[in-house]
Every structure is written in C-alpha cells, then in structure tokens.
Design a protein around this ligand. Structure first.
Ligand SMILES: Nc1ncnc2c1ncn2[C@@H]1O[C@H](COP(=O)(O)OP(=O)(O)OP(=O)(O)O)[C@@H](O)[C@H]1O
Ligand SMILES: [Mg+2]
Length: 461
C-alpha cells in the first residue's frame, strides 16, 4: 500500500504517550485527537483508514465509558474504518466489550511500539483487501464490458474471465441456458480483443438448413452447385482478422464437424467447389445451450472437435442463480425501455419487485427483457406492476425445509428489496428493515452484498 494512503487517527489524552506514538508512526499520515469531540471531528474531516483509540478518555480517563461512546460513534459513522482500542493493563473485560461493539482489535498497555506497529500495519492491510473486495463486488457498469450488467458474483466472475481471455487467441466455448447472454458476452470478448477493429461475424448453426450451412461457412465458387451464380465468400472468410461466433455449435451436422475440425487445426479453408486452400486468421468463439458431454455420448458431437473448441470453457450462470443482480438488471432494462418507448416510468411497484426477485425466469435475461418491454407499453401509471409484467411473486419457488437456509434466503431477499426501494441508501434501507446501519453493514458483509449497485447513478441506460 502506498504510504500516502496510510491515514491513521490517534486518539490519546496523555500528551507523553501521544508524542511517543506520533514518533512511532512517523511515516504514516497521522492525525491526532485527545477527546471524543475532537476524535469525531478528525474522523469526519480526514476519513482515516485505521484509528488507534485509548479507551480511557476525558472527562473520566480512569473509566471506559467515554472511550466506548467514542468507539460507538466511530463505528456508526465509518463502518469500514478499523479501530484498535488501547486498554489498561489486564483490562480484558473492557477490551472484549470494545470488540463486541465493533472494534477491530485491542492492545493492552504498556505500549510496545514494535508490536503495536505490527497490529496497525495488519489493520491497514486488511482494510485494503476489504476495499478491493468491495470494489470487485460493486463493479456494476464500471465494467469495460459495456452494456453488460453484472452484479452477481457469478456474472462478475464470468466478466473477469472474459477480460482475461479476450487478449489471447484461444478458442472459447460459452455454455449457458437460453437467453443468458451468450451472444452478448461473445461480442464483448471481441470488443476487448486486439481484433476489435475487424469484423465480428456470428452464424447460428441451428437456424440454417443443413445443406446450406457448409457454403454459408466456407463460401462457394461460381457454378459449384445449382443456384451458385457467383462466387460467394463464407462467414469464416468474412471474419478474417476478426472473430467468428459459431452459435449453437451443438446443432452443427456431424458431417460438417469434420470439416470444421480441419479448419480449426490448419486454419485454412476450401470454398465449396473450389480447389485452392485459403488461409484465414480468425478467432473462434463457440456457444451452445446444450450439454456438450451428453451430445458426445449420443454421438451427435465429435469429441475431438469438442476438445478443440473448448480450450477455455465459460459457464454463464442461469438468471435464477444471480440473486444479487436480478433487480439491478431489471431496473436497468426498465430505464432503457422507458426511454426508447418514450414513457415516463420511474420504477417498479412493490409487488413487481417481489415478483422479479422470486420468479424462476426459465427464459433467463431474454425473458426478463421481453416482459419489461411489454410492461413498459402496458403500464397505466408511472410504475410497472407485477400484473404488467405478467408474473406472480414466488411462482415456481422451490420450498426448502432447512431452517437456516430458509432464514438466510428470507433475510437476503428482504435486504435486496429494501436496497432496491431505497436506491441503495443504507439509512433508509436499515429503517425499512427495522435494524441499525451497522447491523445492515454486517448483513451485507455476511451475504457478500454491496449497496452501490442499487444507487440511482448505477441505473444506466
Ligand atoms: N448481463 C446482461 N446485461 C444486459 N443485458 C443482457 C445481459 N444478459 C443478457 N442481456 C440481454 O438479454 C438478451 C439475450 O441475450 P443473448 O442473446 O446474448 O443471450 P443468448 O444466451 O445468446 O440467448 P439464446 O440462447 O436465446 O440465443 C439480449 O437482448 C441481451 O442484450
Ligand atoms: Mg444466442
């Protein structure tokens, strides 16, 4: 961590000890305070990352009351700040009380500066790690993957993989149910690659009749078959220098798979009816909603082709498994389609929020998109209701009997709904949930959630 970001607040009323500590933390960005009031003022002004706080503060430095009050205020105002309390010798009980109230750690007097320094350094390091973690979790729309909303951990992991794979030439296989975003991600892979300035060509192997697919892919020479009036380039050649998406590769006829394999191995093609070998430089991305291993077992897909196309496999999670991202994506789409339809709709009704969060979404994001498009047209008022969407809360929900998982499920759901309604405002969400802000922060930590993605600024078009 760079030195200049080491903001440390020392709260100590003993001037001798204070100057010893200042000397000890010379290389840090140190601020000091000697009582509760000045500590809070310094906290607000400088937002320190770590606070080293004496538990015995004036007006009664021999007691801990004022120290605990100070600690309580710091934790409430700056829940991510790490507070290390310094207690009297042997004062375990108060040290533990302080930790229970949210202190990160404690240190018993007399002060040994080397040990204390280790403790403070560790707090800075942990804080840095936590910050990175929060940033990763809240990379909604900050992602260079333009237009892709990724708020759930699963989708963030997918996006990170796309970013890593993009600069290379490996052949990636995108696996995911219908409507999970396979094509969107394949396009992102191309956009982030060095081939971005060249063509992105997609061909849907399931949509083209078997007898035409070969010529669509490889092109044909004039007169090579009835109706071949002129020479035509295939999709592979059109993608030269760029990226070729073989969509629904699981539906490619077995006979053509052999030809495809040869192309992938040798990077040369022969047009239908042609005699010449043409080298082509394309990056191939494949996608399917089928299970390739099962297709291989059924004899519908060549195993050697599978290994060739799956140098990297990216599994896109179904929408029902993306709890964290559901409402965020729904809101993004609502804003997008209200704009394109020219309708002044400003949000979802409570029953719509519940329904979106609990419906199982068999058609994944595409189904959500279609339902929202329709609802924007149907909505009578300024909000979209569950009826406009045509879904009912909890429809198809799987019942669990494990009490702990039922409780966690209900708890995280309530938090998501409160964050959605409050646009990520922690105080308002905590109030709706009938808990304090620190408790809400604890719960967000517990469920690996962050409020950032719910804020208005993140509802992009
Ligand atoms: N994470 C996302 N953020 C924003 N829009 C998304 C996201 N995922 C999917 N979409 C949108 O949902 C629709 C379906 O996505 P896409 O066509 O990429 O899915 P697919 O997996 O290829 O679907 P299919 O199996 O039906 O071909 C598209 O309109 C796409 O823009
Ligand atoms: Mg698709």
């Amino acid at each position: 961590m760079s030195e200049h970001s080491r903001k440390l607040l020392i709260v100590e009323d003993d001037p001798g000890l204070l100057s010893q500590l200042k000397w000890c933390f010379e290389g840090y960005d140190v601020f000091t305070a000697e009582d509760r009031e000045s500590a809070i003022a310094e906290l607000r002004r400088h937002e320190p990352i770590v606070v080293l706080q004496d538990l015995g503060l004036p007006p009664k430095p021999e007691g801990v009351e004022e120290g605990l009050l100070t600690l309580g205020e710091i934790v409430k105002l700056a829940p991510h700040t790490k507070v290390i309390v310094v207690t009297g010798n042997g004062d375990q009980e108060n040290a533990l009380t302080a930790v229970a109230q949210g202190a990160y750690d404690f240190y018993e007097k007399p002060v040994d500066t080397d040990t204390l320094k280790l403790l403070v350094d560790r707090a800075f390091n942990i804080s840095e790690l936590e910050l990175q973690n929060r940033k990763l979790l809240s990379r909604v729309n900050e992602s260079p993957l333009d237009g892709i909303v990724a708020a759930s951990e699963g989708m963030l992991a997918v996006c990170r993989m796309i970013e890593k794979v993009a600069p290379t030439d490996v052949t990636a296989l995108l696996l995911g149910e219908i409507g999970t975003g396979k094509e969107l991600l394949a396009r992102a892979l191309h956009r982030l690659s060095p081939r971005a300035d060249n063509n992105f060509i997609a061909i849907n192997c399931a949509a083209i009749p078997e007898n035409l697919l070969e010529s669509e892919l490889f092109g044909h020479e004039k007169g090579s078959f009835t109706g071949a009036h002129k020479q035509t380039l295939g999709k592979i050649e059109l993608a030269n220098g760029g990226t070729l998406l073989l969509d629904e590769i699981g539906d490619m006829p077995v006979a053509l798979q052999a030809k495809m394999l040869r192309f992938l191995q040798e990077r040369v093609i022969e047009r239908v009816g042609g005699r010449e070998e043409i080298s082509v430089d394309v990056r191939v991305v494949c996608a399917t909603n089928q299970n390739p291993e099962e297709l291989i077992k059924e004899g519908a897909f060549r195993e050697d082709l599978y290994y060739r196309v799956s140098e990297i496999t990216i599994n896109i999670p179904p929408f029902r498994d993306r709890e964290e991202g559901r409402l965020i994506l729904a809101r993004n789409l609502l804003q997008k389609y209200s704009k394109t339809q020219g309708r002044a709709i400003n949000g979802f009704s409570d029953d719509a929020i519940q329904a979106i969060d609990t419906y199982l979404w068999p058609g994944n994001v595409r189904e959500l998109e279609n339902k929202i498009k329709g609802a924007v047209i149907m909505a009578d008022g300024k909000t979209v209701t569950a009826a406009d969407l045509g879904i009912v809360a909890g429809e198809g929900e799987v019942e669990s009997l494990n009490l702990r998982s039922v409780r966690q499920c209900a708890e995280s759901k309530a938090i998501r709904v409160a964050l959605t309604k409050s646009y990520g405002n922690i105080s308002k969400a905590a109030e709706m949930l009938g808990i304090t802000r620190p408790t809400l922060y604890d719960l967000l930590n517990k469920y690996g959630m962050t409020a950032d993605g719910y804020s208005k600024k993140n509802v992009a078009s």
